[in-house]
Structure formats: C-alpha cells, structure tokens
Design a protein around this ligand. Structure first.
Ligand SMILES: Cc1cc2nc3c(=O)[nH]c(=O)nc-3n(C[C@H](O)[C@H](O)[C@H](O)COP(=O)(O)OP(=O)(O)OC[C@H]3O[C@@H](n4cnc5c(N)ncnc54)[C@H](O)[C@@H]3O)c2cc1C
Length: 410
C-alpha cells in the first residue's frame, strides 16, 4: 500500500511557539523553520542580561542545535510575502518555499500605545541586543557619575508595572545597592530607580494582596514606585506625565506592553487588532491551511478576551498545532484548543518572588526557589543551564554581578 505523502509545513518564527511546534512533528511531516536570528531567545531572563546578572549568550540557544537529529530544516531569513494561490512564502534571502501548511509564530513587538518619544528616547526590552544596550546605557551613566563629586542624581525609569517592569526595577535596585556601591559608593548613592505604572497597582494579573506585597518589597529595595502615573511623552532626559510634574529620567526603559509583531501586516492575513485573527482550532480565519500560534495569534479564551502573551500559551499552542496539522493529513476532525493556565510567577530580587496558581499563593524564599527551578528547567541547552547556574551562584555568594560590561560599541 502506498504511504501517504508527508505534509510540507513551513513555520515562521523559532521562538517558544515555533520551536515547540517544529519539534513536536517528529518525522510525520517535512518541516522547515524560519527565523531572522540563528538562535532562540529566552525572553523571561532577558532582564537579567540588562541588569548585569547574566551573560548575554546564556539566554540565546542555537536553533540548529535545538533541531539536531529531528529532521527539521532551518532557514535564517524573514518572510517578505505569502503567495496564497500557489501556497508559497518568499524570503528576504530570495528563496521561495512552498508549503501545504503555514504556521505563523512571529511573536510580538514593543507597543508604544501612541505615546510620543518612546521610539526615539526609550529603550525597548524585546531582544538580546536591546538588553545589552540597556546595560551599556546604565553602566555608562554610572561611569559619568563616578567623575562627579557633587549631588547630581541619575535616574533610571522603568515604565510598566507588569512582571518585566517589576523584575527589572528590582534587579536594578540590587545592582546599585550591591556591586555599584562597592565600585564607587558616592556614584551609587546618586542613582535613583523609578518604576512607573499607569494603573492603580503593580502586577494586575496577580491578586491585590500580592501586588501590595510586591510594591512594599520593591520600596524596601529602594525603588520609587509611582502608581496611577500615565506617561504622556518621553523626552531625552525626562518623562512627561498626564496631570503632573515631569520626572527626570536619564535612561527610560519601556516595558509597558507588547503588540503582535508588525510583520503580520505584510502576510495578507486577517488581523484582530495587531494579532492574526485565529479561530478555536488555531486556523487563521478563512485560511484553512494557515495557522497562528503564540503572541501573534488573536485567539480568544472562554472569557472572550485574547489569551495572555506568555510562554506557556505559545508552547501549548505549538504542540497543539502540530497535532492539528497531522489530523488534517490523516483526514481526521479538528479539535478546539483549550489553554491550561498553570499560574503566574515573578521575582522581585534575592530570596523574593511571588507565585500564584488559582487560589494557591506562595511568597518569599520558597517562591524564589520555585522561580529559579522553573526558569532553569525551560531554558534551552545544557551549556546555557550550566552558565546560568554559574552566574547565579557567583552573584548569590559574592553579592557581585560579573557582567557589568559596556559592550555596545567597539
Ligand atoms: C522581557 C520579556 C520577559 C518575559 N517574561 C516572561 C515570563 O517570565 N514568563 C512567560 O511566560 N512569558 C514571558 N514573556 C512572554 C513570552 O516570552 C512570550 O509570550 C513568548 O516568547 C511568545 O512566544 P512566541 O513563539 O509567540 O514568540 P517569540 O518567542 O517571541 O518568538 C518569535 C520568533 O519570531 C522571530 N521573528 C519575529 N519577526 C520576524 C521576522 N520578521 N522574520 C523572521 N523572524 C521573525 C523572532 O526572532 C523570534 O525568534 C516575556 C516577554 C518579554 C519580552
């Protein structure tokens, strides 16, 4: 009996969703994965690169290494267009790849929400390159302060009180209070960390009790937490807020939100806001051979709201989309995707974290261990895990941060 032809699957984006999908097909499909980078970025630990806690290459894992012995092809490049009639994607490398199924997993990009000056005067937090830029900018200003003997204050402002903003602000405060104080106490004493949030509390996805605890923990570390403070404009050295005095800010980091990756706009697919309009099966509306997963998918949960842009959604959808495509290949009925929410966690600093799984709440050192363990577990690559354990152990024992290099210029 002739064997059924394997479906040709093209996956755009090798992040949490795309890479999980590519690895889930086994040898049941001819899979090609496409990404503009030759590495996967472990975004949850990016803030530690920006705050000198972790070497940049520990959060980047070679895609070809992750695909070794799995029969998946990789192409480095970006999609330029999709030919929907002939089912092919043109890449910026001039190559055109044909597909039976296309999975769009291009993730998200920094959203400025129309606030003037964000693109020009604030630093985003979506890539290793941006994390290295942030670290360099902060360390450069610290070197400037080391030259002054006066009372000049240098402020770092993190805009956005979600997990990324909270983790960054806490890590900056620890950098200043520890390693930078040991380097030059006068300069460190003149560095100020602001965390600016438009809403009434930090971490709105957690219970109000944990939000309050987070605020107190950050304030104990010396972070100036500003709630109900909506940014109206970012200027070169200050932040203008709605109904208030401008806030001096030498370095402004924009962690206020993300939107669907704009490349979705050139693929000629229906959009729901900035994300690709996706139905319950993960198929793109009206395009039965195109699927969207992860941050870029405009998939709505039971409550009618888009699913959160978090790694577990992308990974669960990555595994699920592979099963769906294999169902189509076998002539089976499609299933509806259901997200299993396993809870949220965030770390505030040394021995301090919060974990919330439905009604179960954990804080302090146990939550911190849970956070460390889970992040190490999901970090790809043995070398990255060993390097991360080495950096964390060094930081914990010595109270130092060995990665405070300025490496963004020659
Ligand atoms: C700073 C930060 C911290 C985070 N912390 C957490 C956390 O602690 N826990 C958590 O659950 N989630 C966290 N998230 C969210 C989580 O990382 C995302 O939800 C997850 O990465 C989404 O997976 P994805 O596959 O949709 O996109 P991604 O993992 O972002 O992958 C998208 C891929 O597409 C590629 N790509 C994009 N555009 C193009 C193009 N034009 N051409 C070619 N390739 C392209 C990118 O290079 C990337 O490899 C964090 C996000 C950020 C930014």
């Amino acid at each position: 009996m002739p064997t059924a032809k394997k479906p040709r699957v093209l996956i755009l984006g090798a992040g949490f969703g795309g890479l999980t999908a590519a690895r889930a097909f086994g040898d049941s499909a001819d899979v090609t994965l496409i990404d503009r980078h030759n590495f996967q970025t472990f975004l949850p630990l990016l803030y530690q690169v920006a705050t000198a806690g972790l070497a940049a290459d520990h959060v980047a894992h070679p895609i070809r290494g992750a695909l070794r012995n799995r029969g998946v092809q990789f192409r480095m490049g970006s999609p330029l267009s999709v030919d929907h009639k002939n089912k092919s994607v043109k890449l910026d490398s001039s190559e055109t790849l044909e597909f039976d199924h296309l999975v769009v997993a291009l993730g998200s990009a920094t959203a400025d929400f129309g606030v003037t000056g964000v693109a020009e005067h604030a630093l985003g937090m979506k890539s290793v390159h941006e994390a290295i830029l942030i670290r360099a900018e902060v360390m450069r200003r610290f070197e400037d302060l080391c030259r002054f003997e006066d009372e000049t204050i240098f402020s770092i402002s993190v805009v956005g009180g979600g997990p990324t903003g909270v983790e960054m602000a806490g890590a900056f405060a620890e950098l200043v209070r520890g390693p930078l104080k040991n380097d030059q106490a006068h300069a460190a004493a003149h560095m100020k960390i602001n965390l600016i949030e438009a809403g009434p509390r930090l971490l709105p996805m957690f219970s109000p009790k944990l939000s309050e605890r987070t605020k107190k923990d950050l304030e104990k570390l010396g972070v100036n937490v500003l709630l109900n403070t909506a940014v109206a404009e970012v200027k070169p050295r200050s932040i203008f807020i709605k109904n208030g005095e401008p806030i001096p800010s030498e370095v402004t980091i924009w962690a206020a939100g993300v939107q669907g990756e704009p490349t979705a706009g050139i693929l000629n697919l229906p959009l729901a806001g900035t994300r690709i309009d996706t139905d319950n099966t993960l198929q793109v509306a009206h395009y039965p051979h195109i699927w969207a997963i992860g941050d870029i998918a405009g998939f709505k949960g039971k409550d009618g709201k888009f699913l959160p842009m978090v790694a577990p959604v992308a990974m669960q959808q990555g595994r699920f989309v592979a099963q769906q495509i294999l169902r189509v290949a076998k002539g089976e009925k499609l299933k509806n995707f259901k997200y299993k929410d396993k809870g949220s966690m965030a770390t505030i600093g040394r021995n301090k974290a919060i974990v919330e799984v439905k009604k179960f709440k954990l804080t302090g050192v146990l939550a911190w261990y849970a956070w460390l363990f889970l992040h190490l577990f999901y970090l790809l690559g043995g070398r990255n895990k060993i390097g991360t354990i080495a950096d964390w152990t060094w930081n914990y024992i010595t109270f130092d941060r060995g990665n405070r290099h300025i490496m963004d210029t020659l």
